[in-house]
Each structure stands twice: as structure tokens, then as C-alpha cells.
Design a protein around this ligand. Structure first.
Ligand code: MTE
Ligand code: HPA
Ligand code: MOS
Length: 751
């Protein structure tokens, strides 16, 4: 089935925040944000701003009737700076004006006197100074201390990964509209409508039932709107609360890049020990997460780094410690993979180092250590592994040995063009790492004409979740998909939702929808059975017709629905779903946190130009574990998008903050993402249909985040290409591998 949004997308008719027709009298917000990364606010002068044409009001922290607090996990972040600023781009004041141009013009006239305080941008420095968001955590299995003596080879090193800008095409924004009795409706471009609702209630000191949040769809979120969409929704609500007028704020790209957090940069140390058969006996890692100036989702992201620190390998002795370090950067946040990719990069770096020193291909070490079913992760869960199946199928289909030979021949006969390849297995745990967040509800109505409306907590952000939920309803009822409508995500219809995140949206909301539909189906089948005077067990609905013991009856879907209604039987159901069997004990750092894992293997090949340092990815060949895909077109799209986004993170996307904490790569002229010319020339995705029972919706495994991690292979492919030009290059593990870094490494030799 095609993505249900295809038609309106290509016609430009899909509704995003900025497409909502504004009500007459709507006012516009713009934020005055801190020009410096750390300081004490001495004075704020808004006189000139207030005299600008069209300006209605300027709000500051003093105008917040409730708590000036937007921190979700840790209460450590103000909506508007009170006495101190903690990062460049921290909101200090909000101008409200009759047009957005007037609001932005007035922002420029605000004068702030801020006494500068010392700025930290480096996570290791933050850790040294005791600036930690939460106490460190350690995941442990076996005993690394005693394992080192049994290792034939031990390697140590350091690995760096930089941040990543989400670059959703639709920037952050919100539109608040006053309703009667003090209710505020907030249209928000958010992955987490409930977070916006909860925080607005907290800021305004009103009960949550006075805040309605409504989301039609996002032009991309990628994690950037899991937590950080809240700010703008709440800002608009604050102005609406005071002025009783609709207030809208849709950020400009540069405002968005400057004021919002990104993927967490990490600086990490590793130590890996292998025996002579290349079995990894021990692995230690220390992660320094650059959290930015407030917690935001950092503790949860840090936790997922630990969960994924051994990627898809079985290591019997592991000790991994993570520090969430407070720096004066915008608070970093969720980004596709949620800390997992950062953890996985480090073990891949450790394996690459071992391979280079031992003179074997990294693939030999990777393959030797792949997880088997029954192997235990460092956090205690036993793997239901498809790692070997994916790897073996990759070898069978794409023949990496042949690719390796071809590359060697190419490199031998080309002086200034060199190719490199890398294999990248992935393993990603599906479920929110915070167990309680794994719950969802679905409200299904069957209308008397037989059409169906479904409301869930799922937010459509391009990943196709609405299409999947629609497929669930249509298939349970066996009706034409055109009869099913997925409604906007609204906190008045579905309450206490988890954000659409963790790749689990279709699983959680799809399963709730399945339960609701099955419940209604049971009722209408009973009605059919009563009317036909047969047992409900012999009733079946197929393509909108009612069958009795396989024989088509006179009854169709519409007639059955109308009859059910006339018998005063409910055609609506609100169902709740939570995945069974998951638990985690943070005191022991052990449990069974994931409903299941998604696996896969990629081969990435690249060609570098050794005169200029530029490169092109020749191909990405993947075997991906889809379980049993319910929508191959959407799932392959998720793979392709994730791969390109992962390659971007590892190669050309370079976030640069200067020592003063100012974002230098603050526009699309200085921050480069892969475009149509720089995507791999070929992306092959072979769907491995895996047989094992899993807890995915219709056995269709979660696919949103895992493919991003294939992109990590791009870094190692580049490294191998450089090494074939300059075998004595001493390349630090420092992603992204920009063309500049490639060039430096091509001509720099080991000291
Ligand atoms: N795909 C598109 N087109 N746009 C997005 O914003 N977000 C990613 C992924 N794929 C995203 C996307 C992230 S970070 C997650 S967690 C999942 O989609 C969320 O959706 P799901 O749970 O339905 O997979
Ligand atoms: N993934 C994504 N978002 C989250 C998670 C997670 O595991 N936990 C809390 N928010
Ligand atoms: Mo995705 S980072 O869990 O929104």
C-alpha cells in the first residue's frame, strides 16, 4: 500500500503548522536569545523594542504565572532566562507583535547587559570540574579486570563523534488559540503532544485538561521535536494566556539552528582485548557525553549509549561507564538512534584499531563475535539474534571477498583514486528504555455508514506511521483502506501519550489499534451470528462481506454496522496496549528492557580523490531484518533515509562551536547535509524475512532508527581508502570524516 500522504504531499496540499489558516487578530512571537554562552543578566532594556511599530508586548521570566521550568527528566531548564544564561541561544524574552516581521525587528532592539562567566564546551573539562547532569552509570558483565591477562592482544584508544543538526525540513513552531473558559488549544509541530500539554500547564499553573494540543503531521522530527518542540508551544501559550489572542511562532532556519540542541557529541576511551582466534574477551569503554547546558533527554540518551555499547557482538567481559557532562552549549537532545550510534561507533573504532594492528580485515573480527541467540547482553537480556543470519545472507548475496579483491585491483592500478570498504552490522533494541513509557492507546470509531476513524498518540513525521495504523484497522476489519481515516493527534482524544519516538510508534499505537478493532469486530460478529442464527465462531468478514462457514451471506459490512447500531451496541472502543515482559532494574543495571532487537548488516564502498580529499560512496548493500514487513515501500524508504542521514553524520555534517560557545555552522551555507549528488550511487536493501516470533505489530519490526547506524560503516570505509593511499597514516577516530580531514590524513604520516 502506498503511503496515504503521497497524494497531498506531491500536490503541496499536506497541512503543516504553517499551512493552518490563521484566525483574524493572530499575533506573532519572536524570541530574544542570549548572545553569550554563560553569564549573569545585569539588565534588560526593552524600551526601544516596545516603541517599534506593531509591537504589543514583551514577555520575560517575570510574566510566567506558574513554574519557570521546562525540564522533563531533571527540573533544570528555564523557559525564559531568569538571572543567568547558560548557552548561546537561550531564550531571554519574547516579543509579541502584529506581524512576524515586526516581532523580529523589535527583537533586534532589545538590549541586554550580561556579565560573562566562564564557558565550558568540552565534556571532559566539564567532568573534571564536576559538572555532571546525573551521577555516572556503569554497565558491567563478567570481570574485565581478570580477563585482560587471558587476552593475546589488547588495544586502547580514543574516539570522538560530533553532533548532528536535525534539519527537519519544517522548522520548529506552534500556534496557540484561546478557547472559552481559559482553555488554550496549541497546534504544535511536536513528536510529543503530551509533553507540550504537561509543560504548558506547569508554566501557566493551570490543570492539564485546560490545554489541548493538536498535531496533524511534522515535516520531519528525527528526535529534534521529542522534547524541544515544547519550548515554542509553551511560549505561544504563555502569550495567549496573557493576551487572550491567537499567537503563532514559526522559527526561521537560523533561529532554529541557533536555539535548539542537536545530537550529542561524545568523547570516549576504549580498551579491547582479543584472543588469538580474534574472539573479543574483554571490552571497556568510558563515554563523555556533551549534554549541553541542561538535562533535556540526556540521561535517557546516555543510557541507550550503554545499552548499545557492544553493538551486535557478544562480549563476555564488559565494563562501560558513561558521564553526562554539563557544558554551555544548547541542551542536546534525541536524534535518530538516541545515543546508540555514539556507543556503537566506539566499539567499531576499537575493532578497527585491533584489525589494523593485527593486519586482518575488521570483518574477520566482526564476524567472529556476532551475537547468537541466547547470548546475554551486558544488561542481562538474552538475545533473540538475527545477527549471523543477516551477516551470512550479506556474504551470500553481495560477496564481500570479491568486492575486497576488486578494490585491491582498483587501488593497485589507480594512483590518485582509492577505494575502501567496510562492513557494518547493527543491533538496536526496540522499546523506550524507560519501561513506563511503553504504553499507548487507540480510540476507534465505526460510523453508521461503515467508515472508520482512528485516533492514537502516534505523530506522523514522514515515517509512515499513519499508513501502518490504517493498514492495521483495514486488515482487522477486512474493509477497503479508503474507508479508514487516521485523525490528527490530539490530547483531548488520547491522553498521557508517550512521544512518537524510539522507533516504537507503530508497534505501540498499532497494537492498541489492533486490540480496539478486534473488540469491535467481536461485537459486530456477534450481531451477524444472532441475525443469521449461527455461532459467532463461524462468522468471518472478508472484503466487506459477511461469510458463514466460508459461504457468502446476504450481509455486507455496511448493513452489519447499521444493524449493530440499531441494536444499541457500541461501535467505538478505546484500547490500551503495553508490551508484556519488559522490565529493568537501574540499581542492578540488569533486566529485559527491550521487546525485541532489530538486526542487519551493510557493506559500504567509497572512492576518494587523493588530490582533493573529496569522495563518493559507490554503494551501500544491506541485508535488513524486517521481521515480516507490513509495508515494504515505507520500510525501504526508512532504510534509505536512515542510511543517508547516518552517512551524513559520519562524513560531511560538521557542527562547529567556537570556544565562546557560539555556533559557527549556523546556516545551510556552512552546515552541509547529503544532497541528491552526494548520496550513495547505489543502495540495495534485501529484506530478510525472519521467522522468530517477535512483539512487533503484525510481526513487522520497527525500522525508524536502526538503519541510520549502517552509516557508521561510511567512516570506516573512508579510513580504509585513506590507508591504501597512505599506509602509515595515523588517523584519529574522529568523526565526521570531512573532505578536509581526508586530505590531511592522506598526507600525514605517523609520528
Ligand atoms: N522518518 C522521517 N521521514 N521523518 C522523521 O522525522 N524520525 C526518525 C524515524 N524516521 C523520522 C523518520 C526517528 S528519530 C524515529 S524515533 C522514528 O522514525 C519514529 O517513528 P516510528 O516510531 O514510527 O518509527
Ligand atoms: N528512545 C527515544 N526516546 C526516548 C527513549 C528512548 O529509548 N527514552 C525516553 N525517550
Ligand atoms: Mo527518535 S530519536 O526516538 O525521536
Amino acid at each position: 500500500m502506498k503511503n496515504i500522504d503521497t497524494y497531498t504531499h506531491v500536490r503541496g496540499e499536506s497541512v503543516y503548522l504553517d499551512d493552518i489558516p490563521v484566525i483574524a487578530g493572530t499575533l506573532y512571537a519572536a524570541v530574544f536569545d542570549s548572545p553569550i554562552a554563560h553569564g549573569k543578566i545585569l539588565s534588560l532594556n526593552m524600551d526601544e523594542a516596545l516603541r517599534m511599530p506593531g509591537v504589543v508586548k514583551v514577555f520575560t521570566a517575570k510574566d510566567i504565572p506558574g513554574e519557570n521550568q521546562i525540564g522533563g527528566i531533571v527540573p533544570d531548564e528555564e523557559l525564559l532566562a531568569g538571572t543567568h544564561v547558560h548557552f548561546c541561544g537561550m531564550p531571554i524574552a519574547m516579543v509579541i507583535a502584529e506581524t512576524d516581521e515586526a516581532a523580529r525587528a523589535a527583537v533586534k532592539k532589545i538590549k541586554a547587559e550580561i556579565e560573562p562567566l566562564p564557558v565550558i564546551t568540552d565534556p571532559r573539562e566539564a567532568k573534571e570540574k564536576g559538572e555532571l547532569i546525573i551521577p555516572p552509570r556503569t554497565f558491567k558483565t563478567g570481570n574485565t579486570d581478570s580477563a585482560w591477562s587471558r587476552c593475546d592482544h589488547i588495544f586502547e584508544g580514543r574516539a570522538e563523534t560530533n553532533g548532528q543538526e536535525h534539519l527537519y525540513i519544517e522548522t520548529q513552531g506552534a500556534y496557540a488559540v484561546p478557547q472559552e473558559n481559559g482553555v488554550i488549544r496549541i497546534y504544535s509541530s511536536t513528536q510529543g503532544p503530551t509533553a507540550v500539554q504537561r509543560t504548558a500547564a506547569r508554566i501557566l499553573a493551570v490543570p492539564m485538561n485546560k490545554v489541548e494540543v493538536d498535531t496533524t503531521r511534522l515535516g520531519g522530527g528525527f528526535g529534534g521535536k521529542e522534547d524541544q518542540a515544547t519550548t515554542w508551544g509553551v511560549m505561544c501559550a504563555l502569550a495567549t494566556h496573557h493576551l487572550n489572542k491567537p499567537v503563532k511562532y514559526s522559527l526561521h532556519r537560523m533561529e532554529d539552528m541557533r536555539m535548539t540542541g542537536k545530537r550529542h557529541p561524545y568523547s570516549s576511551d576504549f580498551k579491547i582485548g582479543l584472543n588469538k582466534d580474534l574472539k573479543i574477551l574483554a571490552y571497556e569503554a568510558t563515554f563523555y557525553q556533551n549534554a549541553g547546558a541542561a538535562a533535556d533527554l540526556s540521561p535517557a540518551v546516555m543510557e541507550r549509549t550503554l545499552f548499545h555499547c557492544t553493538n551486535s557482538y557478544f562480549v563476555p567481559n564488559v565494563k562501560a561507564t558513561a558521564y553526562s557532562c554539563r557544558t554551555n552549549l544548547p541542551p542536546n537532545t534525541a536524534f535518530r538512534g538516541f545515543g546508540g550510534p555514539q556507543g556503537m561507533f566506539v566499539i567499531e573504532a576499537a575493532i578497527a584499531k585491533a584489525a589494523e594492528k593485527l593486519g586482518v580485515p575488521a570483518a574477520a573480527i566482526q564476524q567472529e563475535n556476532l551475537l547468537k541467540t541466547g547470548d546475554e547482553f551486558p544488561y542481562g537480556q538474552k538475545a533473540e539474534s538475527e545477527a549471523n543470519e543477516c551477516w551470512n545472507k550479506t556474504v551470500e548475496l553481495y560477496d564481500p571477498e570479491k568486492i575486497r579483491k576488486e578494490i585491491m585491483e582498483f587501488n593497485a592500478s589507480n594512483k590518485f583514486l582509492k577505494k575502501g570498504m567496510a562492513m557494518m552490522p547493527i543491533c538496536f533494541g526496540i522499546s523506550f528504555t524507560k519501561t513506563l513509557m511503553n504504553q499507548a492507546r487507540s480510540l476507534v470509531h465505526v460510523y453508521t455508514d461503515g467508515s472508520v476513524g482512528v485516533s492514537t498518540g502516534a505523530v506522523e513525521m514522514g515515517q509512515g506511521v499513519n499508513t501502518k495504523i490504517l493498514q492495521v484497522a483495514a486488515s482487522v476489519f477486512s474493509i477497503d483502506p479508503a474507508k479508514v481515516k487516521i485523525n490528527t493527534t490530539n490530547t483531548y482524544r488520547i491522553a498521557n501519550t508517550s512521544p512518537s519516538a524510539a522507533s516504537a510508534t507503530a508497534d505501540l499505537n498499532g497494537k492498541a489499534t489492533e486490540i480496539a478493532c478486534l473488540e469491535i469486530l467481536k461485537r459486530v460478529k456477534q450481531v451477524a451470528a444472532d441475525e443469521l442464527k449461527v455461532s459467532p465462531d463461524s462468522i468471518e468478514i472478508k472484503e466487506e462481506w459477511i461469510y458463514n462457514k466460508g459461504v457468502k451471506t446476504e450481509w455486507d459490512w455496511k448493513r452489519l454496522i447499521m444493524t449493530t447500531y440499531s441494536k444499541r451496541i457500541s461501535l467505538s472502543e478505546l484500547a490500551h496496549y503495553t508490551p508484556p515482559g519488559i522490565h529493568f532494574d537501574p540499581a542492578k543495571e540488569k533486566g529485559h528492557p527491550f521487546a525485541y532487537h532489530t538486526f542487519g548488516t551493510a557493506i559500504i564502498t567509497v572512492t576518494i580523490d587523493c588530490l582533493r580529499g573529496i569522495y563518493e560512496f559507490d554503494s551501500v548493500k544491506v541485508v535488513h531484518d524486517f521481521g515480516k514487513s507490513m509495508n515494504m515501500m515505507i520500510d525501504k524508504g526508512q532504510c534509505e533515509g536512515g542510511i543517508v542521514q547516518g552517512i551524513g553524520w559520519m562524513t560531511m555534517e560538521e557542527i562547529i562551536y567556537d570556544k565562546e560557545g557560539k555556533l559557527r555552522s549556523n546556516a545551510l551555507s556552512t552546515y552541509k547535509v547529503p544532497d541528491i549528488y552526494s548520496v550513495p550511487k547505489e543502495i540495495l536493501i534485501y529484506p530478510l524475512e525472519t521467522e522468530k516470533e517477535n512483539q512487533a505489530i503484525l510481526q513487522s519490526k520497527a525500522v525508524g532508527e536502526p538503519p541510520l547506524m549502517y552509516g557508521i560503516g561510511a567512516y570506516f570505509a573512508l579510513r580504509n581508502a585513506i590507508k591504501s593511499f597512505n599506509p602509515s597514516a595515523n588517523i584519529p577516530f574522529d568523526a565526521p570524516m570531512t573532505p578536509e580531514k581526508v586530505l590531511m590524513n592522506l598526507y600525514t604520516t605517523a609520528p
